[in-house]
Design a protein around this ligand. Structure first.
Ligand code: FAD
Length: 254
C-alpha cells in the first residue's frame, strides 16, 4: 500500500523503521533478526537506505587504478525480500548521486516491475572524498529534479516520447530538515526548496532525526505557513543507552 494511503487510513499513530543494508559480504539474516524483534509492534512500513559508491585510487607499478567501492549494497533486494517474507510494505530510497537520468529511468522500471509502490527520493550526500555534491553527467543536482522524473513516469511520461507509456504509481516521500539542511543559507530558503519538492509531486515529507519536539513543531508550522500541506513525519532515533551522571554509558533497565 502507498504510504500516503497508510497515513490517510490510520486512526492511531503510524510507525515505521529505517534500516541500512548490511555491509558488503555480510548476510541478510541480521536484517531479518532485527525485523523479527520489531514485528510484534507491527511497523506500517520499512525504509531501506541507499548508499552511493565511493571511488578509491590505487597505484601499482606506476599505474593508477580507479576502484569503485560500495560499503552497503542490496537496497532493492532487501525491500523485495522483506515484502515477500513479512508482507510489510517497504520504501526503497532512491538518490541522485551516482545516477544519470537514464540509469534512474531503468531503475524505476525495475522497481515498478517488482511491485514497489513507494520511494523516498533524495539527493544523497557528497561522496566521502568530495567536499560538495557533484551530480553525474545528465544526472540531477537536486532531489526536486528526481521527484519530477518520478512524477512524470507516474503520468506515463518517459524520457523518450512513447505512445501510451505505462504510468507508474509511485508514492513519493522526500526529506525535510527541522534544524535546516547543512548547505542551505537559512531556514526560509531551505523550506522554499522543500516546497519545490512538494510542488514537483512529493506526497509526504519525512524529516531528518530530530531530538527536540519544539524544533519539529516550529518546522511544521513554518512549512504550513508557506503552503506545504502534505503530511510531515518526524524522524526519530530512540536512545539505546543513557549516560550516567559521570557521562559514562549506563544501560537502560530491561
Ligand atoms: C529521512 C532521510 C533519509 C535519508 N536517506 C538517505 C539515503 O538512503 N542515502 C543517502 O545517501 N542519503 C540519505 N539521506 C541524506 C540526504 O541525502 C542528505 O541530507 C543530502 O545532503 C540532501 O538530500 P535532499 O534529498 O534533502 O536534497 P535536496 O532537497 O536536493 O537539498 C539539498 C540542498 O540543496 C538545497 N536546494 C534544493 N533545491 C535547490 C535549488 N533549486 N537551488 C539551490 N539550492 C537548492 C536545499 O536547501 C539543501 O540545502 C537521508 C536524509 C533523510 C532526512
Amino acid at each position: 500500500m502507498q504510504v500516503i494511503n497508510v497515513l490517510k487510513k490510520a486512526d492511531k499513530p503510524v510507525f515505521s523503521l529505517e534500516i541500512t543494508p548490511p555491509e558488503k559480504g555480510k548476510s541478510i539474516q541480521g536484517i531479518f533478526d532485527t525485523i523479527d524483534m520489531f514485528k510484534e509492534f507491527k511497523p506500517h512500513f520499512i525504509n531501506v537506505t541507499y548508499h552511493q559508491q565511493k571511488v578509491v585510487y590505487t597505484e601499482k607499478k606506476g599505474i593508477i587504478k580507479k576502484i569503485p567501492k560500495r560499503k552497503n549494497v542490496g537496497t532493492v533486494g532487501i525491500c523485495s525480500a522483506i515484502k515477500h517474507k513479512y508482507g510489510i510494505e517497504t520504501v526503497p530510497h532512491l538518490i541522485c548521486g551516482g545516477f544519470n537520468k537514464y540509469d534512474t529511468e531503468d531503475a524505476l522500471i525495475d522497481l515498478n516491475f517488482l511491485g514497489m509502490e513507494n520511494l523516498l527520493i533524495l539527493r544523497g550526500d557528497p561522496r566521502p572524498e568530495e567536499k560538495e555534491f557533484i551530480p553525474e553527467k545528465e544526472g540531477y543536482k537536486y532531489a526536486s529534479q528526481l521527484v519530477k522524473q518520478v512524477s512524470d513516469m507516474n503520468q506515463g511520461k518517459y524520457l523518450e516520447e512513447l505512445n501510451n507509456g505505462h504510468p507508474t504509481h509511485f508514492c513519493i516521500g522526500v526529506a525535510g530538515y527541522p534544524e535546516k539542511h547543512w548547505e542551505a543559507p537559512n531556514m526560509e530558503q531551505d523550506l522554499l526548496n522543500l516546497k519545490n519538492k512538494v510542488d514537483q509531486g512529493a506526497d509526504y515529507v519525512i524529516t531528518q532525526m530530530c531530538f527536540k519536539v519544539n524544533k519539529f513543531k516550529e518546522f511544521v508550522k513554518k512549512a504550513r505557513d508557506i503552503g506545504i500541506t502534505v503530511p510531515i513525519i518526524p524522524g526519530i532515533k530512540p536512545f539505546t543507552i543513557r549516560l550516567s551522571p559521570e557521562r559514562k554509558p549506563a544501560k537502560f533497565p530491561e
